[in-house]
Write a protein that binds this ligand. Structure first.
Ligand code: AMP
Length: 560
């Protein structure tokens, strides 16, 4: 059984393939979404998902979120004084999903297809793979998120060639991808995005409107008040799509403050954010060499595409209704599960060939004669451009620049700058050419780049046919078995909480937070409810625990 996993910035999901098609596996709380949040307390107890997120208001120093952004970097997160790398935190989320799937399916889950953003470079993909390995999962394949969404929408099954745009607005990232289905090959043609734009920015705007209306300054709020306000703003943001007006209430100091925000007012305040959406759309289209009118379908994924103001904006921008049949949160995980089934050669799914794009430009350094006798050196000449579909092979012919030049040096570089010095040096080749007047001798430089990040550089002297080759391997930082075992041992002080008490833990945390947020009678009621529940937990009597938990949950539901 190969499961599909969407390891998201805000939420993660796990899915499997059944006879009726792909299905999301519910987590230990019975929910489809597991927040990508991890908390580690002083004793090394690990909390993942909703429980970890709930700890944010009470123990902010023990919680990490949005660590997907740090994947493939040296960034470290400190939780209760202990350091963690982004892939280690991701592995804890993966481990939790794996356990949920095993409990639900009743079989061990050891293989997975994990989705990654299309723009993730090799380093970030490898870090994702490592996260899987640390969680005890063999990651046979990674699928880019827009491709997974297209696969989930069944677009790979179309008989006609189709071009589509996948618009993905998640919690903290925004990605646009142009895909093309051509003769059974599903190809990512271009990707663009903004790593710092997402649903959370829309929440910030809501919070700012509240502060302005209540004449408050964010910096005057305590950290807990800020977390509380953010939570209320998030609720209001989700509610405003169906209402003309929303009311935000928040306890600041000893006083409950309140403000109302209208739909149009909110839309106007989000004007700048909406404008930012336009750029990556334009860029991806121009990189793919397409016009908006040439796009056949628009797919929406990512939780923030549920916002009506975003949808209204998109309809105006595209002059077309986007495809919204699918739950925007679930498409990627379902697509990854289908890819898992394709990999297993499940006869229910047609196999399509998925390709990828190179997310950076590969080129060489050149000297250019811009006027007779005047040269500018150190310039960068792209050979395989960013967003080229891989595997790819391209050739550039370069001429000698000096009379009687005897050698040509080919420096292999990666990057987007016009100047060679600003790009990353990968290697170099030197080849002899016959003496001749400048411009009469030439070399053909061929770059071949494949899906496994292997770059082959071949230089051929046009006049003599002499060739030289260089193979540059993308940094392979897959961990060895020993390294994984070692790191797992190092992390073994972590005490992963048993699955079965998750609901109790969550209710306790939520009640503690609500206690802090309320006053007077309500506070006393919560206190009594909490004491009864704690006494039941101490007794170990399952029936009593269930009864007191339900009573406490009823109290919480009134508010949350
Ligand atoms: P994702 O990263 O795809 O899970 O998206 C998470 C983002 O979607 C968060 O910023 C959520 O606030 C946002 N979101 C989820 N549901 C809704 C909704 N009904 N309306 C507006 N935004 C939503």
């Amino acid at each position: 059984m190969i499961v599909g996993i969407d390891l998201g910035t805000t939420n993660s999901l796990i899915a499997y393939f059944t006879e009726e098609g792909p299905k999301i596996i519910p987590n230990r709380l019975g929910k489809h979404l597991t927040p990508s949040v991890v908390s580690v307390d002083e004793e090394g107890n690990v909390y993942v998902g909703e429980t970890a997120r709930e700890r944010m208001s009470l123990y902010p120093d023990t919680v990490a979120m949005t660590f997907k952004r740090g994947m493939g970097t040296e960034r470290e997160y400190v939780l209760s004084g202990r350091k963690f790398r982004p892939e280690e935190l991701s592995s804890l989320v993966l481990r939790s999903l794996k356990e949920d799937a095993e409990a639900y399916l009743g079989v061990p889950v050891t293989e997975a297809v994990i989705s990654v953003p299309a723009y993730f470079d090799d380093k970030r993909r490898k870090a994702t793979k490592r996260a899987g390995e640390l969680a005890g999962l063999k990651v046979e394949r990674m699928i880019s998120e827009p491709t997974a969404a297209a696969v989930a929408y069944g677009l790979y099954d179309k008989t006609q060639d189709t071009r589509f745009l996948v618009f993905d607005l998640g919690g903290g990232t925004f990605d646009v991808s142009i895909l093309e289905l051509y003769h059974n090959i599903l190809e990512v043609r271009a990707v663009a995005g903004d790593n710092y734009l997402g649903g959370e920015d829309f929440t910030q705007i809501m919070a700012k409107l509240f502060l302005k209306k209540c004449d408050l300054n964010l910096n005057d709020l305590t950290q807990k008040e800020q977390v509380r306000l953010y939570k209320q703003a998030e609720k209001a943001k989700c509610a405003i799509s169906d209402e003309d007006k929303v009311t935000i209430k928040c306890l600041i100091g000893e006083e409950e403050r309140e403000a109302s925000v209208g739909y149009r007012e909110y839309e106007a305040a989000c004007g700048e954010l909406l404008a930012k959406i336009r750029e990556p759309v334009k860029k991806s289209l121009s990189d793919a060499g397409l016009k908006l009118s040439e796009i056949d379908e628009i797919l929406l994924i990512g939780g923030a595409t549920r916002l009506s103001i975003v949808r209204d904006f998109l309809i105006r921008l595209f002059r077309k209704f986007p495809d919204t049949d699918m739950n925007p949160d679930e498409a990627v995980a379902l697509g990854a599960a289908i890819q898992g089934a394709m990999k297993e050669r499940n006869e229910m799914v047609k196999e399509v060939i998925l390709t990828d794009v190179c997310s950076f430009t590969l080129g060489t350094e050149v000297v250019v004669e811009y006027e007779e006798g005047k040269y500018e050196d150190g310039l960068f000449c792209p050979i395989i451009e960013r967003n080229t579909v891989i595997p790819a092979s391209h050739t550039e012919r370069l001429y000698t620049v000096r009379d009687n030049q005897t050698r040509v040096r080919v420096r292999v570089l990666q990057g987007e700058s016009r100047f060679a010095r600003n790009n990353l040096f990968l290697g170099e080749l030197n080849i002899e050419v016959p003496r001749a007047p400048k411009g009469e001798e030439a070399v053909d430089v061929t770059y071949t780049y494949d899906i496994n990040s292997l770059l082959e550089v071949e230089v051929k002297v046009v006049s003599t046919g002499k060739t030289q080759k260089l193979i540059i391997k993308g940094q392979d930082n897959t961990m060895t078995e020993e390294e994984i075992t070692k790191r797992m041992e190092e992390l073994s002080y972590l005490k992963v909480q048993p699955r079965d008490h998750e609901e109790n833990r969550l209710v306790l945390l939520r009640a503690e937070r609500m206690y802090e947020e309320s006053l007077g009678d309500r506070r006393r009621m919560l206190d009594r409810g909490l004491m009864r529940f704690e006494a039941a937990l101490d007794s170990g009597d399952e029936q009593r625990i269930r009864k007191t938990r339900e009573e406490l949950m009823d109290l919480l539901e009134d508010e949350d």
